[in-house]
Design a protein around this ligand. Structure first.
Ligand SMILES: C[S@@+](CC[C@H](N)C(=O)[O-])C[C@H]1O[C@@H](n2cnc3c(N)ncnc32)[C@H](O)[C@@H]1O
Length: 320
């Protein structure tokens, strides 16, 4: 089971739109009124023995048993028109892969939430496996409490592949010969790629990079998700003034995205260090000096002349 740290402690921010609680998620959720949160954006620990979960060694069954009441509690916090964005990867034990989104899907369905999208977000680096194919994607499950939910498509549209396409003139009708797309762009789809320079403008998919040491958003947190991932969820599934909850807030990616978009934030973490990091990032955001990778920009690709993109001489000689 998850280790319960001492009693929850609330740290209120001076401007009142950021409320952070230091404590175990289950205790801290007791401080959040039911049906008070319009959106949850989070990624729980994956039980992968990251530095923040080394004291929580759990079997898969124990992990599921720990998170089942957490999910149940989170569901109660969400308003009638609210949503939950739950981002998870795979749990891997002895080379066997357990897709966590499958287990979480079942938990949310039992709480009568409805799955609207299972978003695949792809990144292009990580550990190279030797006995199976390297894992290069995570999933983000978007659930809603009811059929009457917030969904703002316009702020997250992406450019069309063929913006010049028109309705066929030969078919007649009021729109014959007019552009067939939306000038604001098209629906970004449920497949989000986080990589590759120019990709955003030249291809119809969003590429957002995972966070590496040379990334402008990089913090000391080992499992930060990209700002753009949180930003897209906030813009699409909540409104200005809404409250966004992240019950495992880590380095505060959700807080930064939400406050930047004029939402209020409730964040929980068992680590005081990560909460301090979250606070500091929000302070920097407000002061205009938080480094964020601009949204909707492709990832840098090494240029042909750079050493890292050239085949090593040793390999070329071996092939001769
Ligand atoms: C996957 S990380 C979240 C990263 C975050 N999305 C970000 O972008 O920085 C999970 C977080 O859950 C926190 N955590 C783990 N067990 C917890 C518990 N029982 N109660 C509250 N927080 C917990 C960890 O300290 C860690 O920061």
């Amino acid at each position: 089971m998850g280790i319960r740290v001492s009693k929850s402690r609330v740290l209120n921010d001076q401007q009142g739109d950021l409320k952070l609680t230091h404590g175990d998620v289950l205790d801290a959720l007791d401080l959040v009124p039911d049906q008070s949160v319009q959106l949850v954006v989070t990624s729980p620990p994956y039980n992968l023995r990251k530095i923040y979960e080394r004291d929580q060694k759990m079997s898969l069954d124990e992990y599921v048993a720990w998170l089942t009441p957490v999910v149940e509690n989170i569901c109660k916090k969400v308003t009638f028109a609210g949503s939950i964005c739950w981002q998870v990867g795979n749990f891997v034990r002895d080379g066997e892969v357990f897709p966590l989104n499958y287990y979480f899907y079942n938990m949310f369905i039992k709480n009568n939430f409805k799955l609207r999208n299972r978003i695949i977000w792809r990144f292009n680096f990580g550990l190279h496996s030797t006995k199976r194919l390297s894992g290069r994607y995570d999933t983000l499950l978007w659930f809603t409490k009811t059929d009457n939910y917030t969904f703002n498509l316009d702020p997250i549209r992406v450019p069309q592949l063929y913006p010049g396409k028109r309705h066929a003139a030969s078919k007649g009708g009021a729109r014959a010969g007019q552009p067939s797309g939306n000038p604001l762009g098209k629906n970004p789809s449920d497949y989000w790629i986080f990589s590759a320079e120019n990709c955003f403008w030249e291809h119809p998919i969003w590429e957002i990079p995972n966070i590496k040491a040379n990334h402008p958003e990089f913090t000391a947190h080992p499992c930060q998700f990209p700002h753009e991932l949180a930003e897209r969820c906030v813009l699409a599934f909540s409104k200005v003034g809404d409250t966004v909850l992240d019950p495992f807030i880590g380095a505060g990616t959700t807080a930064v995205a939400a406050i930047k978009a004029n939402r209020r934030v409730i964040g929980i973490d068992r680590s005081a260090d990560y909460l301090r990091l979250t606070q500091q990032r929000v302070v920097n955001l407000r002061a205009g000096n938080l480094e964020l990778r601009p949204s909707a920009r492709g990832v840098r690709q090494p240029k042909a002349g750079e050493r890292v993109s050239q085949v090593p001489d040793e390999w070329s000689q071996a092939a001769e």
